[in-house]
Design a protein around this ligand. Structure first.
Ligand SMILES: *Cc1c(COP(=O)(O)O)cnc(C)c1O
Length: 396
């Protein structure tokens, strides 16, 4: 008997059995044409998922963090100025990486729970008449706080300031789960990884580059070897990597992206929205609040839930794991101990989400929080039963 429950952490996410099998394949010669039959569909499918016609796609044996490094090391030179907002642990880590690479980061400190301040970006970019700022960083979905930011608004800020800086977007916990529009938003580099929306194990950094970002790489002086996009481009021209590719993971990515495109991106986004909204109804029924400040910044992939003052939210995660064998996410950084997180992205259905909501209720009741058993489940059930998308899908 296997006692495996679904996980409710915001990555790595649950894996469909077919994808697991696709990752587990016999050894092939990665320098033979067979690999091209895996690589090229991956590149094409990822481009479609980014909603781009022209982005150059790069896939590295790495994780989202390696994707950040690919973005900055290929396009910037030591001392270059970068503009970034810090509104959670992931935006913080990307800033930290830039600083360790010798970049000069202008940081806009932003309340954790708020989205990126596009209006502040616009003021700063307008004041930068000498165009010292080379890159604007934007974390689309702050996984630490469950906050979605408006990337179109960041693009409008750049355009209003008539500023030529590149726009780099961390979409690690949004891409393939929430709407992402590379071309429409004028994104220059999008970064993601395999273990969140793509429902794969960790192990791939996945990026899209605009022509402008590729052009910047011609003069960028930061050192890079493993992550050099020129080497990777030459590899791809021969249906290969400059080194050994993780063939099984790539085979999994081919299937995962086929599955997402077959479901239809808009349906994937609607499913995530519906599941997330059910979780939010449950949180409301529990009498708890989200870390995310307002509905327009609510994330459809992760909810960070504030627990009452004086209660250590990490206990929820520890207790859920030890008593029920279910994983929730802990609070990170500034909100450590103040929130716990329910990840609701990737391979999830309404029914799986209900099991997570039910578990959270048992845990909170065990720990003495005033949560009525069944209250959140009922609120989510009501929503899932009556949501128009769900009804439409069942009828199709
Ligand atoms: C998970 C995550 C990362 C880090 O990705 P790794 O794959 O763990 O390196 C970066 N940014 C965001 C928003 C994330 O959710």
């Amino acid at each position: 008997m296997s006692f495996q429950n679904p996980v409710f952490i915001p990555g790595p996410t649950n894996m469909p059995e077919e994808i697991r099998k696709a990752c587990y394949m016999p050894t092939i010669d990665h320098r033979s044409p067979v690999f091209g039959k895996i690589l090229n569909p991956c590149l094409d499918n990822v481009r479609k998922i980014l909603k781009s016609d022209t982005a150059r796609i790069f896939i590295y044996p790495s994780t989202g963090t390696g994707g950040w490094e690919t973005a900055i090391s290929n396009t910037l030179s030591p001392g270059d100025k970068v503009l970034a907002a810090r509104n959670g642990m992931f935006s913080h880590r990307w800033i930290d990486m830039c600083q360790r690479h010798g970049l000069d980061v202008q940081i806009v400190e932003t309340t954790w729970g708020e989205g990126l301040p596009a209006d502040r970006y616009e003021e700063i970019l307008t004041a930068d008449t000498g165009h010292q700022i080379k890159v604007v960083l934007a974390t689309h979905n702050e996984t630490a706080t469950g906050v979605k930011s408006d990337i179109a608004a960041v693009r409008r800020a750049l355009d209003a300031a008539k500023h030529p800086a590149l726009l780099f977007v961390d979409g690690v916990s949004s891409i393939a789960s929430m709407d992402f529009r590379f071309d429409e938003w004028g994104v220059d580099i999008a970064v993601t990884g395999s273990q969140k929306g793509f429902m794969l194990p960790a192990g791939l950094a996945i990026l899209g580059f605009s022509d402008k970002a590729i052009a910047a790489s011609k003069t960028a002086k930061l050192p890079r070897t493993f992550f050099d996009i020129d080497d990777m481009t030459k590899g791809y021209a021969n249906n290969a990597f400059p080194y050994t590719p993780p063939v099984g993971l790539m085979n999994g990515l081919k299937l995962a992206t086929d599955m997402l495109l077959e479901e239809g991106l808009e349906n994937v986004f609607a499913r995530h929205h519906r599941i997330a909204e059910g979780v939010r109804r449950a949180v409301d029924a529990w009498g708890l609040k989200l870390c995310a400040a307002r509905p327009d910044v609510y994330s459809d992939t992760v909810s960070a839930i504030r627990t009452p003052e004086g209660f250590n939210a990490t206990e929820i995660v520890t207790h859920a794991a030890s008593k029920y064998g279910v994983a929730f996410g802990v609070g990170l950084g500034e909100v450590a101990g103040k929130v716990f997180r329910i990840g609701h992205l990737g391979m999830l259905t309404d029914v799986l989400a209900l099991s997570g909501i039910a578990t959270a209720e048992m845990v909170m009741a065990d720990l003495g929080l005033k949560v009525k058993l069944g209250s959140g489940v009922a609120a989510a059930q009501d929503y899932y039963r009556n949501d128009a998308n769900a009804v439409k899908k069942a009828a199709a």
